[in-house]
Write a protein that binds this ligand. Structure first.
Ligand code: HSE
Length: 306
């Protein structure tokens, strides 16, 4: 096999109370990438369609993760990477992660799968770090493993797969403004109070328990963010209104997707998720901000060959 086409999915990181460690994978929305072996040694970005991205491998998120794997592997050929970018950079649903993961997943397939999913995540961290100026894997891991993932530690990298209740659906709104992850990280406090930390780890633990036990009411009571949301919500127009309306429409919970501006909510069942979508649409329709909304089942497969 000399060429492979893949679908690299969008993801939601943080999931309210799991800043930098928890994430889940979305269905349907994602980038397509073609990875091809070439006689010439090195990593070459040959196409970037959809959004204007750097074509030098060292400056491109997909290129940087590919280079990390390439340098560890040293094959006697090179790779070309075509990126068909569908996830807008800076949208908060793992655009850079999809690129970072896509190149290494495709290369691994063409190399005969020498690396496992954790090792692929490790290479992809290098690409993600180019975009967000810090190493974290909460978008990368769900894109590679699918479902919900918990990044137990970065050094050494340990990813835990968390079960996904069958009837859990996400509703996403993407207001078309750009928030750079590096900037959304810069506004966060370096220290938090013990009281807030207690609230957060209590919610985080109970969210994980709710996911393991299919306990939608416990998931609902756990989807709160005492630490990050108060700061970052100020960057997202009408965040409070969206939250109120989504909860009134029956959402289990709602939060900022990754570093925003996208907002996610979780619902029990597709009907509830669609009701939440209608409620959120109403809020943003009254503004002059362009937006997209969609409902997604949690994608338990992650990145795949197409
Ligand atoms: N955990 C990261 C953040 C995800 O919220 O900054 C975005 O890359």
């Amino acid at each position: 096999m000399n060429e492979i086409k893949i679908f690299s999915p969008a993801t939601v990181a943080n999931v309210a109370c799991g800043f930098d460690v928890l994430g889940f994978c979305l269905d349907h929305v994602g980038d397509e990438m073609v990875i091809r072996k070439t006689d010439k040694k090195g990593i070459f970005i040959t196409k970037s369609i959809g959004f204007d991205l750097p074509m030098e491998a060292e400056l491109n998120v997909a290129g940087v993760s590919a280079l990390a794997m390439y340098e560890a592997t040293r094959p006697d050929f090179g790779f070309e990477i075509e990126i068909h970018k569908k996830i807008k950079p800076g949208s908060g649903i793992g655009s850079s992660a999809a690129s970072a993961v896509g190149s290494v997943f495709g290369m691994n397939e063409l190399l005969g799968r020498p690396y496992n999913k954790t090792e692929l995540t490790q290479f992809a961290i290098k690409g993600e770090a180019l975009a967000s100026k810090c190493e974290h894997a909460d978008n990368l891991a769900p894109a590679i493993f699918g479902g919900f993932t918990l990044v137990k530690s970065l050094k050494p990298l340990e990813v835990l797969q968390i079960p996904v209740p069958d009837n859990l659906y996400a509703t996403i709104i993407h207001p078309k403004i750009e928030i750079k992850t590096a900037e959304a990280r810069a506004i966060l406090p370096k220290e938090v109070s013990l009281q807030k930390a207690i609230t957060q780890w209590s919610n985080f633990g109970s969210l994980i328990h709710g996911l393991h036990t299919n306990d939608y009411q416990l998931i609902k009571r756990s989807l709160h963010d005492a630490i990050i949301e108060p700061h970052r919500s100020k960057l997202i127009p009408y965040y409070g209104e969206v939250k109120n309306e989504a909860l009134k429409a029956g959402a289990l919970g709602i939060g900022i997707s990754g570093s925003g501006p996208s907002i996610f909510s979780l619902s029990e069942g597709i009907e509830q998720a669609e009701n939440v979508k209608d409620a959120i649409n109403k809020v943003y329709s009254k503004t002059n901000i362009e937006f997209d909304t969609f409902v997604s089942k949690i994608n338990i497969d992650g990145i795949k060959i197409i």
